[in-house]
Design a protein around this ligand. Structure first.
Ligand code: CA
Length: 220
């Protein structure tokens, strides 16, 4: 018992997922296919996908944004949770990874809900702003190159409606954010954004130690 978040040992993690994870077969297959990729660590944890899907349902989100698709696991979780008329704008630069994603979106019957934009995400977000989408998104997930995290956060915040939610991934960065000896550019970028959001009066926040750490930022 403690007044801090529990440490998840391997045994406890197995127990937690054994009594709570409800991963559809198709998502499990996508995870298995992705696991052979050298970059498989970029895939979100299944319990994280389930949590994000719950938040999408809880909010009744219909217009969603994703920055960083990889092989499409999180986008599939979100798209499955969106209503029939829901739309997810998904940003990535990799044709190879998103071709895997598209295959699974088709099989799940949600490809029509996902608008994949293959371009640098900063450009796509700027294009959405220029096209008049500011203040219109309900939900956003940021999980891409860490050097651009602040740029993604600022643009996404403008695209969100009041009461919309941003989830930012990897905010605990495998513990490196808390290790002063680690000073690489990605770690510094995550630390800087964490510190900025902590003091950002535009959002109500909670940092959740699920998977690699998620910051939930609700636009005021
Ligand atoms: Ca991630």
């Amino acid at each position: 018992m403690a007044n801090k978040s529990i440490t998840l040992t391997d045994d406890l993690y197995r127990y937690m997922t054994s009594v709570s994870l409800r991963e559809p077969d198709l998502l499990r297959q996508l995870r298995a296919e992705t696991s052979i990729d050298p970059m498989a660590g970029m895939q979100i944890a299944p319990e994280q996908g389930q949590f994000m899907a719950l938040l999408v349902r809880l909010m009744g989100a219909a217009k969603a944004l994703e920055v960083g698709v990889f092989t499409g696991y999180s986008a599939l979780c979100v798209a499955l949770a969106l209503p029939a008329h829901g739309k997810l704008t998904a940003c990535d630069i990799s044709e190879a990874w998103t071709s895997i994603a598209k295959r699974y979106w088709e099989r799940a019957g949600v490809a029509h809900k996902i608008d994949l934009r293959l371009a640098p995400a900063i450009d796509t977000l700027d294009a959405l702003l220029a096209a008049g989408h500011a203040g219109s998104y309900d939900f956003a997930f940021i999980d891409a190159d860490k050097g651009n995290y602040d740029g993604y956060y600022e643009r996404t915040l403008r695209l969100l409606r009041s009461g919309g939610l941003i989830i930012i991934d990897n905010v605990l960065w495998d513990g490196r954010v808390a290790d002063d000896r680690v000073t690489d550019a990605d770690t510094r970028a995550i630390r800087a954004l964490n510190e900025k959001i902590h003091q950002d009066p535009r959002v109500t926040i909670s940092l959740i130690p699920v998977a690699d750490g998620l910051t939930l930022a609700l636009k005021g």
